[in-house]
Design a protein around this ligand. Structure first.
Ligand code: NAP
Length: 533
């Protein structure tokens, strides 16, 4: 089948299915190069679609309580559970991921929805939230101020990245829908199929009010122009596109609230007192290898820089390399494959170019592409498949390095760097200029507490692994809905998840200054914000 013979993905906007009138962009199998479907939104009336979501979807959602909306999320979970096999099939074909990696996206998304369904249930019959206690305005307690949080009467536009077509939708949609805010999602074109299919299943099941969930596939042109003052936009993707979003008049002039999740040079730090083959050392080695290879390193939270005491530089390189050598790369349909493809041949080119850029400052400590993996791809043609084997780079001079602290290579690549003192390690980690997550490996709770205090201001999350939590820890790169996701500086400055904290983005805070009698009536039906059962 030629690309032009493949089906066009229908968009769901203004309460109806609409197919673009253009030729569209073909979505490909990154392993075989086969054209699968096309994405296009040419000719769609965006203004009508945004108004419909805002007016019909928003009004219908706001008429429900948090508890009722939480029940809708639970229904969405059931619909998605019932269609999981189809999602795995799409992920294999369009994302090139092995089953375990597809699960991170598909089941991770469903789990997050289920978590918010439970959290929302506890908010019960309320339709707005109380924020804190009443505060006296003067000596006389009769006139007080009460902060309240009301769902914004706008639409939430999600512009998402290619690496999480499922989780990226649901981790944002769960808190938005629970807040009573309708969602329009524009998935990244390369992997839009899975997002589109999930929305299609939910729409066909009729579990959400019409207009509560819409999907637009293909070009992003004109989407930001539709945004009005009470709308919000949540963007996940590259720093370059983030700059365009931030400077768009919707944000710069109309004050549309904007959340950005961008790229990040996340770190792993080994305790200065660690020893070769010790528990902390082994935990770091295992986690670095996992982070480099899960989803072929295409995770915004993946470990990119690994900091170890100088005396352990060579030993760490050898231990990581030995484990990486066991990673078979290739076609995810073959059971022998441990790591699948990158998302596209374009990403393949980007990763190859990125490795070359890092190599201007780093030596190669392990390269699976040279040591046999690429020429021995499992069931895949190296000239066609977007497969790159893991690469561990390193430099004995991390202080003098620049590129290594600046360039994120979105693939199975990490750089090992030795440090000479604890203070220097923190200094080097901070050269990432704000990251999503840093992980710390130590047997010493005092070191962990000190490192967390040092790193918390420049990281959205500090993930500390000691032998006592080795079996129960959730993983450096795994984003859990109860914990904050986001990071300062180059990570985008955004905040997502963190339990009910996520609802804040979709609510407007207002201070109501009134008599105690009026505040009694206002407060009675409201739920307290921050309830975490
Ligand atoms: P990207 O090229 O910036 O694309 C992201 C999204 O923006 C896509 O939906 C894209 O649509 C859209 N887009 C492109 N140009 C646009 C414009 N001018 N106006 C509005 N939207 C536009 O990023 P990507 O390559 O998909 O994602 C990889 C990056 O995302 C990595 O750097 C990674 O670190 C980051 N990421 C961060 C997180 C996080 O949570 N912090 C999570 C995942 C990924 P098209 O696909 O149609 O071009």
């Amino acid at each position: 089948m030629t690309a032009q013979d493949t089906p066009l993905l229908p968009n769901f906007l203004a309460g109806r299915w609409q197919t673009g009138t253009g030729r569209g962009t073909a979505l490909l199998d990154p392993v075989t190069g086969e054209a699968l479907v096309r994405a296009d939104n040419t000719g769609l009336n965006l203004a009508e679609g945004f108004a419909f979501a805002r007016e019909q979807g928003g009004a219908a959602l706001r008429a429900l309580s948090y508890g009722q909306r939480a029940a809708l999320l639970a229904e969405v979970v059931k619909v998605l559970q019932a269609n999981r096999d189809a999602y795995y099939d799409i992920a294999t074909r369009n994302c090139g991921t092995v089953k375990n990696d597809s699960a991170v996206d598909i089941d991770g998304g469903i789990f997050t929805l289920g978590y918010y369904a439970k959290q929302g249930e506890a908010l019960g019959n309320a339709t707005c939230l109380l924020d804190g206690e009443r505060i006296r305005m003067g000596k006389d307690p009769v006139f007080q101020t009460q902060h309240v949080l009301n769902p914004t009467r706008g639409v939430a536009l999600f512009i998402n990245a290619f690496n999480f077509p499922s989780w990226g939708l649901w981790e944002k949609a769960a808190p938005a829908l629970l807040s009573g805010v309708p969602v329009i999602v524009k998935p990244a074109t390369a992997t839009a199929w899975l997002t589109q299919r999930m929305v299609e299943d939910v729409v066909q099941a009729g579990v959400l009010p019409v207009g509560a969930l819409s999907v637009i596939c293909g070009s992003s042109a004109g989407l930001m122009d539709q945004l009005q003052p009470f709308d919000v936009v949540s963007f996940t993707g590259s720093a370059e596109t983030a700059r365009i979003i931030r400077s768009h008049p919707a944000v710069a002039q109309r004050s549309v609230r904007c959340n950005i999740e961008a790229d990040s040079l996340n770190s792993a730090l080994l305790d200065p007192a660690a020893t070769e083959g010790g528990e902390a050392f082994n935990l770091l080695v295992k986690e670095v290898v996992r982070e480099m290879t899960v989803k072929s390193g295409q995770k915004c939270t993946a470990i990119r820089r690994v900091f170890v005491p100088r005396a352990l530089y060579a030993a760490t390189a050898a231990a990581i390399g030995a484990r990486l050598a066991k990673t078979t790369v290739g076609n995810p349909r073959n059971e022998a494959t441990r790591m699948g493809a990158l998302v596209s041949r374009e990403q393949f080119d980007n990763v190859v170019a990125g490795i070359a850029q890092l190599k201007t400052e780093a030596e190669v400590l392990y390269d699976g592409n040279v040591d046999g993996s690429a020429t021995a791809l499992v069931d895949a043609d190296p000239a066609v498949a977007a497969c790159v084997a893991p690469v561990l780079l390193g430099t004995p001079d991390p202080v003098g390095a620049k590129v290594l602290h600046e360039v994120e290579v979105f693939g199975p690549v990490a750089t090992l760097m030795p440090y000479d003192s604890e203070a220097q390690a923190y200094e080097l980690i901070r050269r990432g200029e704000g990251s999503l997550v840093a992980s710390v490996y130590s047997e010493d709770p005092a070191f962990i507490a000190r490192a967390a205090a040092e790193l918390a201001d420049s990281h959205g999350r500090v993930h500390a692994i000691s032998p006592d939590v080795a079996a129960s820890q959730t993983g450096h790169g795994n984003v859990m809905p109860m914990s904050l996701h986001g990071g300062p500086g180059r990570a985008g400055g955004g905040e997502e998840l963190g339990g009910l904290r996520a609802l804040g983005f979709y609510h407007r805070r207002s201070a109501v200054q009134a008599s105690s009698a009026a505040l009694d009536l206002l407060s009675a039906p409201l739920a307290a914000f921050g309830v975490t059962p």
